[in-house]
Design a protein around this ligand. Structure first.
Ligand code: NZQ
Ligand code: ZN
Length: 381
């Protein structure tokens, strides 16, 4: 194990009825004006908005709505939210949504108390926020694990860049599997694959052979696969949904990353694909990751064999990757670029730009060249 400091300040309220339990305990601790932030309106259709609003009013809060946070949230939306927080003197942010809403709010929280532009502060000066407007996260679509960390992924449209930005972590997270009941099946599966991807990307980073984090990551992968399969039989299986909801939080709350290096090369490629196409994150990973792994199979042969055995009950890395590809198909996830919803036609020229601009990771099984990334992307066409 490498040296590490682990700290996760997010209190988790898990299970049916978690919102009422959490908000009754947490709201008395926060100021009067609460910004209730959400996405394109699903929370209004499924009753979550009304439920949260009632709990906020019962706690004597004044509510400021902030709506329309889009999937793959933009930096412009962050600035809009931060402006609203300042104008209305918001004391607390309650983010109700999937990774996009939660990420956007994490950066709004920090930007609202920081004078300088967060992007230049982090990317040009290498400074990171120390505090922000306190916030809580209500997870309505699981998969990203965004509720238990302070990192966000934001699209800066003008710069054609989708990438990480550090914000403020949620003080508490509400994980009620019933809140995910109305998530469209494709999003349920793409969220679950994102979880699987996080555990794989962590596991395939360089580490000691006997790193305990590897064992934990493999357990999360196994459980994710079992429960994705259960959902192919019944998408409303709430036991499977609740396992996946906790798998998701576990995969990105830092536990798997303790004492080791991580890879996350597939994520870097997918994020830049997202910058150009606005594609769905989990679906983009489902297309890219198996092809990426074919390319690096020989560079981490033993790890791939262990992955194959422990996650899919197969005896070689090759068979493990075949099983991964089959899982993706079984779950109805896309396997080719043409199946992704995209705002532009995904041509080799677009993929060239993605390959030329994405981050390259040094701590994976092998550092890729831009030419290899382009080749991987073209194989996904
Ligand atoms: O916008 P609304 O109307 O709410 O609809 C959303 C959205 O269209 C819908 N949805 C959410 N909850 C629902 C629901 N529909 C019905 N019923 C509900 N209960 O789901 C759609 C997708 O939502 P989104 O938040 O975009 O999905 P996801 O949770 O997959 O988040 C993706 C974003 O998170 C980033 C991704 O890059 C992407 O921008 N990530 C964040 C990470 C982090 N902070 O740790 C790690 C990840 O690797 C990832 O990069
Ligand atoms: Zn992800």
């Amino acid at each position: 194990m490498n040296k590490f400091t682990y700290f996760c300040p997010t209190k988790v309220y898990f299970g049916q009825g978690a919102a009422a339990d959490a908000l009754k305990q947490e709201l008395p601790k926060v100021g009067k004006t609460v910004m209730l932030a959400f996405g394109g309106g699903s929370v209004k259709k499924n009753g979550i908005y009304d439920e949260l609003r009632t709990l906020l009013l019962e706690a004597g809060k004044e509510i400021v709505d902030f709506e329309g946070i889009m999937p793959n949230p933009t930096y412009a939306k962050v600035q809009e939210g931060a402006k609203l927080v300042r104008e209305r003197q918001v004391d607390f942010i309650l983010a109700a949504g999937g990774g996009s809403v939660i990420d956007c709010c994490k950066v709004i929280s920090a930007q609202a108390v920081i004078e300088e532009d967060m992007w230049s502060m982090e990317y040009e000066q290498g400074k990171f926020p120390a505090a922000g407007i306190p916030m809580g996260a209500v997870v309505t679509a699981s998969g990203t694990g965004a509720e238990m960390n302070s990192g966000a992924v934001i699209t800066y449209e003008e710069k054609l860049w989708k990438g990480p930005i550090v914000g403020t972590g949620a003080a508490f997270a509400i994980l009620d599997p019933m809140y995910t009941a109305a998530v469209p099946p494709m999003q349920v599966m793409s969220g679950a694959f994102d979880t699987m991807s996080h555990a794989m990307e962590t596991y395939f980073g360089r580490s000691d052979a006997d790193n305990v984090s590897d064992d934990v990551a493999l357990a999360i992968m196994r459980n994710t696969v079992i429960n994705m399969r259960r959902l192919t039989l019944d998408i409303n299986d709430m036991q499977a949904r609740s396992n996946l909801m906790w798998d998701s939080a576990m995969a990105e709350n830092g536990i798997l990353k303790a004492g080791r290096l991580t890879d996350f090369q597939a994520h870097q490629i997918e994020h830049q694909l997202g910058a150009y196409t606005d594609c769905n994150h989990g679906q983009g990973l489902a297309v890219i990751q198996p092809v990426y792994y074919q390319h690096i199979l020989e560079d981490a042969k033993e790890k791939f064999t262990r992955f194959a055995k422990e996650v899919f009950g197969q005896d070689t890395g090759e068979k493990g990757l075949k099983a991964l590809a089959e899982l993706i198909k079984e779950c109805g996830l896309p396997t080719k670029m043409e199946q992704l919803e995209s705002k532009v036609e995904i041509t080799p020229e677009v993929l060239r730009q993605v390959a030329d601009t994405c981050n390259i990771i040094k701590s994976g099984p092998r550092q890729l060249s831009r030419e290899e990334i382009y080749k991987i992307l073209c194989q996904c066409l």
